[in-house]
Design a protein around this ligand. Structure first.
Ligand SMILES: Cc1ncc(COP(=O)(O)O)c(C=O)c1O
Length: 374
């Protein structure tokens, strides 16, 4: 049987990974400045993580949500501690799209409305409402097109005010830093006005932190820099360091009702063991302050390149904007220097999403490769 051919792939077959490195079948080492698309948070095959999942598997790997799973409560307690988000409740699922789909559904249940406000250049996943909220007609099937979604310019407060004041929106969904869209960041004025307008009009504010969350920006969630308090926060990628898990933090003003949300696999024992290990390592290794320190160092090294027109993003969620398309540079970094990087919807932006555990020597190696190619 052939695979359903939907991905453009590099001709590389990783068989092993450790820390910030990935190894192919011939033993060649690759420096991972892409983190498997922002997923690897605490580093590949971290021993605490491997041990936690292995030991859990020996005990119990899975049972359904029809029984009590104390690991879910342990994860919720740890999350509140590390994220500093209090007065929220946790719902666990399996991916970023599923987290956003559930968040939008919950907003609709809560408000009894169905219109969604989303932003141009945003990406929220490929399930029905999540993809309808995504600004990319190429990935929206006619079936998904039936959702009531208005896409506004990112940062356009006047259009936002007009749209929300109609009083018919269940949710606004926003990436405070747009990942795939090219690392544009909303400013504090816009975000606090967005929060005020949502409160005034009874609209649920959903922060999509699937990519920007879990310490990637140097704070646990990227919105925390702006002092806002979303009603729902969605997360996934860094949460399981590669183990599929996603989740929603739901403000306790939104009441849970039996059957509102549900999942077979979400919050299973193995996924919780992975996610608890991630938080433990984040705390033990103080990864958020490490990210801030490394990000400052990275920026200092990058400003000397005239070819880089802007360094976008925050922490270790960076976009290097050039005045030319980056695809051949990205290929050279991979083929000649064995460094994985990412691209964006904006073809001029090279995306940097390494494991949060990278060290200065890895940045130096990347800078050396970049200097040769520019
Ligand atoms: C901001 C954002 N939201 C949602 C998603 C969808 O996540 P998943 O691919 O786990 O469904 C992504 C994936 O790249 C993302 O970057």
């Amino acid at each position: 049987m052939k695979l359903f051919d939907v991905y453009k792939t590099f001709d590389i077959t990783p068989v092993k990974a450790n820390g910030v490195f990935v190894y192919d079948e011939s033993g060649r080492e690759y420096l991972d400045f892409y983190g498997g698309h922002a997923v690897i948070s605490i580093g590949h095959s971290h021993p605490v993580y491997v041990n936690s999942i292995t030991e859990q598997l020996k005990r119990i790997g899975f049972y359904s949500n029809a029984v009590i799973n104390p690991l879910q409560s342990e994860l919720a307690i740890e999350l509140a501690k590390v994220s500093d988000c209090i007065n929220y409740e946790l719902f666990l699922c399996n991916s970023g799209a599923e987290a956003n789909e559930n968040a939008l559904k919950l907003a609709s249940f809560h408000t009894n409305r169905k219109k969604i406000i989303a932003f141009k250049n945003g990406f929220h996943g490929r399930t029905s409402a999540a993809v309808a909220a995504t600004d990319n007609p190429k990935i929206i099937a006619p079936l998904n097109d039936q959702h009531a979604v208005e896409h506004l310019d990112f940062g356009d407060i006047d259009k936002l005010r007009t749209a929300l004041n109609k009083g018919d929106c269940c949710a606004v969904i926003i990436e405070c830093i747009q990942g795939i869209g090219g690392l544009n960041e909303a400013d504090t004025n816009f975000l606090s006005e967005l929060e005020n307008l949502c409160r005034k009009n009874g609209t649920v504010l959903i922060a999509d932190e699937v990519q920007s969350g879990y310490g990637r920006t140097g704070q646990f969630f990227s919105f925390q820099k702006h002092g806002i308090k979303p009603d729902i926060i969605t997360m996934a990628k860094g949460m399981g360091n590669g183990f599929p898990i996603g989740g929603l933090l739901i403000h306790n003003s939104i009441e849970a009702k039996m059957g509102m949300l549900g999942t077979t696999f979400g919050g299973n024992h193995l996924a919780c063991a992975a996610a608890i290990a991630v938080l433990k390592v984040m705390e033990q290794e103080q990864l958020m302050s490490h990210v801030q320190e490394l990000s400052d160092y990275f920026r200092e090294q990058l400003i000397r390149f005239d070819g880089i027109k802007a360094i976008k993003g925050r922490g270790l969620m960076l976009g290097l904007a050039f005045d030319h398309p980056i695809e051949s540079l990205r290929k050279q970094l991979l083929d000649k220097h064995f460094i994985f990087t990412g691209n964006a919807k904006d073809p001029h932006v090279l995306r940097i999403l390494p494991p949060l555990t990278i060290k200065k020597e890895h940045i130096d190696r990347f800078i050396h490769a970049l200097a040769q190619e520019l």
